[in-house]
Unconditional design. Structure first.
Length: 108
């Protein structure tokens, strides 16, 4: 075991720190996707994304099979595209916005 860590130390530094991310890197981040008014926007850090294909809505709520008001999952960002996945099998793509959505687009 010590030999393995020594080998790992020589190769990877044997550290728990994550390597710095480049713009094209794909790293998964845990998120709670807001679903109360349907699936439309996703915020990752300071960046906002809008669902590819438009909002996914069922009478002002998320479609059946989605939690309300949010769905826990993971998001991977590559360039201007964010991909949300969860343990329920959902997968949705979101395109990066130039600015946050206006508050007028939020539902009550």
């Amino acid at each position: 075991m010590t030999t393995m860590c020594g080998l790992a130390l020589a190769i990877a530094g044997c550290t728990t720190e994550q390597p710095s991310q480049t713009p094209s890197a794909r790293a998964s981040t845990t998120v709670d996707l807001y679903t109360h008014c349907g699936i439309r926007y996703l915020q990752v850090g300071l960046d906002w994304f809008e669902r590819v294909g438009g909002p996914l809505v069922n009478d002002g709520n998320p479609p059946p099979g989605w939690s309300n008001p949010s769905q826990p999952g993971r998001v991977t960002v590559a360039h201007d595209l964010a991909t949300f996945t969860d343990d329920a099998g959902h997968q949705e793509s979101f395109k990066k916005l130039d600015k946050p959505p206006s508050s007028a687009t939020n539902c009550a």
